[in-house]
Write a protein that binds this ligand. Structure first.
Ligand code: 5GP
Length: 174
């Protein structure tokens, strides 16, 4: 089936918002070190751009958990596919995710990382689809709230494609 991509958020709009979130995070964590945990693969583009806008010291690590695969519906539970390299004891952890949908991924991750001895765990997502929430999760920093549409770009894929788009677009099937 042929698909086309309709622009939802331009590169310029995303860059401006990332700059704002970076400033907010830098204020909130003044005097602290932040341990950023990027959720692969989708969160990696956002993580790199955001890290450059944070002015307090940061360290980074990555984790990969199972998500949608090649489908456009949620799979439910999460599975760790690649675990962290660093220990979390006493660290101020900030999880960087591409999108919050049902809330399951961040809800599970928050509990898991707190359990590993982090001093605190906060959550940051570029996109939020509030209409799709199934599990309650308090996301501390959100880039944009978007309608219930399947989006790609800026790290987000459809069957592993489109991650490299510098904007966020909606997949339309004609
Ligand atoms: P949740 O656990 O909140 O339901 O799902 C979060 C994960 O689902 C995201 O990290 C992402 O991989 C995937 N996801 C949710 N909505 C979308 C979407 O619109 N587009 C893409 N490409 N992935 C999505």
């Amino acid at each position: 089936m042929a698909e086309r991509i309709e622009v939802l958020l331009t590169e310029e709009k995303i860059n401006t918002r990332i700059r704002e979130i970076g400033e907010q995070i830098s204020k909130d964590y003044a005097g602290e070190n932040i341990h950023l945990i990027g959720i692969l693969k989708g969160g990696s583009f956002f993580m790199c751009e955001l890290a450059k806008r944070i002015s307090v010291p940061v360290t980074i690590d990555f984790m990969s958990v199972s998500s949608y695969g090649d489908q456009t519906v949620s799979g439910g539970k999460i599975k760790i596919k690649k675990d962290l390299d660093e220990d979390l004891t006493g660290k101020h952890v900030l999880v960087i995710e591409d999108i919050v949908d049902t809330g399951r991924t961040l809800n599970c991750l928050e509990a898991l990382l707190k359990d590993r001895g982090a001093a605190d765990v906060k959550l940051c997502a570029l996109l939020d689809k509030p209409d799709r929430r199934e599990v309650s999760v308090a996301v501390d920093y959100v880039g944009f709230q978007i309608p219930d549409e399947f989006v790609v770009g800026y790290g987000l894929d459809y069957a592993q494609r489109y991650r490299n788009l510098p904007y966020i677009g909606v997949v339309k099937f004609d």
